[in-house]
Design a protein around this ligand. Structure first.
Ligand code: HEM
Length: 443
């Protein structure tokens, strides 16, 4: 990932970095659904047709690997974790981690999500005011990941780990790739090395504390499973560190983004918000002072509109806005032959805006998900990817985000904050630049 880039690509870098989403849209508009990027020596194709995307991710997944620049850059931080590894290593890791994501574990995800949302709401001004919902959401989702996956109160070690991960990611994402040889200690490389070192220490501290506290054989949280795998000799200690870091990267900011964009979209769409509020009143009885109660696991089936509000937000602002694969052998996508070594860039952000599948694609309409997408639209809706590499935390994330929204909005309304300008930064995930402030009021 550190090698020199063809000069055409170098010329495009400022444009890609300034606004990657606009760049993707312009490539698609100019070159169609199977668009070769202007990079002669490094075949890269932007795959925007649902059939070709499914060919890569599902039907011929064995023919495509994760050895791409995107995951190569991430693996500087995650090592060989579940998200970035491939082949046998990946299969083994997935098998080890899977029990931690079993549906029976979702009930504690539900409990922790509601508890985290209550703490978030407790910090909102009683009589209304402007709050940074993104900052609050990052804290809440950190608490949920920490408590459910690591079985620990993350106050100290978890926060240290997350800070270290964020710092390392910033270096990886913000790095202007240089044609200098890899051994030259550029400032960015020194910064990355320092960040990774801090990250190693932070995860070691988290593990040491858990070891000291002890695990019982009944513990089914991810950290307990991984510790047992290490003790059984099935997982190297650095593999444990890689998984912890992977889960922080994959499971923290993504959910925080989903929450922030859902609140942002509801703030801008009063009628959609009113429909959610109506449902919350019906299911939960409304705010505390009107005899209402917090949502719980058992309410999820009834929170149809709330969940649809989240799913429609994941359509317009998919936190994972691109995924990528590299062809292990020649393949045929929509009748077009692509050579071995081709990188396929698949953008849920683009796929979710196809007007023939999602009429009026820019409109926020949760009703699409209340009635259910038709087959063709469902096949193109990929906020969590598809195929064997489907997000392992999909249900976790949907339960968490739906209950965060339900607990936050059962007693409050959100509106755009006066003068707030929202800028989308497409980094590792889609983030609001500088946070996102909303006006919150009791209802
Ligand atoms: C994989 C999205 C939440 C853990 C993925 C992939 C996507 C995704 C698109 C597939 C990447 C690819 O195919 O290249 C999201 C979104 C989330 C979310 C949008 C929130 C709204 C979570 C949570 C966790 C998690 C909460 C863990 C607690 C993972 C892991 C993988 C993954 C470990 C790699 C799975 C594998 O390759 O076997 N996620 N994710 N994600 N996600 Fe998530």
């Amino acid at each position: 990932a550190d090698g020199p880039l063809p000069h055409q690509m170098v010329a495009a870098v400022p444009r890609i970095r300034a606004d990657p989403l606009a760049f993707l849209a312009s490539v698609q508009a100019r070159h169609g659904d199977l668009a070769a990027f202007p990079m002669p020596r490094l075949p890269v194709v932007l795959v925007s047709s649902p059939t070709a995307a499914r060919r890569v991710l599902v039907d011929n997944h064995r023919g495509w690997s994760k050895r791409t620049a995107q995951y190569g850059a991430l693996s500087a931080v995650t090592g060989s974790g579940l998200l970035t590894s491939d082949g046998e290593v990946w299969r083994e890791r997935r098998r080890t981690a899977q029990p931690a994501f079993h549906p029976r574990g979702l009930e504690s995800v539900a409990d922790e999500s509601v508890a985290a949302a209550r703490r978030m709401r407790a910090a909102w001004p009683t009589w209304g005011g402007v709050v940074d919902v993104d900052a609050g959401g990052l804290q809440a989702t950190l608490e949920v990941v920490g408590r459910t996956l690591f079985g620990a109160d993350v106050a100290q070690d978890g926060e240290r780990l997350v800070t270290a991960v964020l710092e390392a990611l910033e270096v990886v994402v913000g790095r202007v790739r240089t044609p200098l040889p890899a051994w030259l200690p550029t400032p960015a490389r020194r910064r990355l090395r320092r960040a990774v070192q801090e990250l190693d220490e932070a995860s070691a501290a988290l593990v040491a504390r858990r070891r000291a506290r002890g695990t019982s054989p009944d513990d089914e949280d991810l950290l307990a499973l991984l510790l047992r795998a290490v003790d059984a000799g099935d997982l190297a200690p650095h593999g444990l560190r890689d998984e912890l870091v992977t889960m922080v990267i994959a499971g923290h900011e993504t959910v925080a983004s989903a929450l922030t964009w859902t609140l942002h979209l509801l703030a801008g769409n009063p009628s959609a918000q009113a429909r959610v509020a109506e449902e919350l009143d019906e299911v939960l009885g409304g705010p505390d002072d009107r005899g209402g109660r917090s949502p719980a696991w058992g309410d999820l089936r009834s929170l149809v509109r709330t969940r649809a509000a989240v799913e429609e937000s994941l359509r317009l602002f998919p936190p994972a806005w691109v995924v990528s694969r590299r062809a292990l052998a020649e393949d045929v996508l929509d009748g077009v032959t692509v050579p071995a070594g081709t990188t396929a860039v698949i953008s849920p952000w683009l796929l979710h805006r196809r007007p023939e599948l999602f009429p009026e694609p820019e409109a926020y309409r949760p009703e699409r998900f209340e009635v259910g997408l038709d087959r063709a639209a469902r096949a193109a809706y990929l906020p969590f990817g598809a195929g064997p590499r489907l997000c392992i935390g999909r249900d976790f994330a949907l339960v968490e985000t739906t209950l965060l929204v339900a607990e936050l909005l059962r007693g409050s309304t959100v509106r755009p904050a006066p003068g707030e300008r929202v800028h989308v930064d497409a980094l590792v995930t889609m983030r609001p630049r500088g946070g996102l402030r909303l006006r919150v009021d009791p209802r």
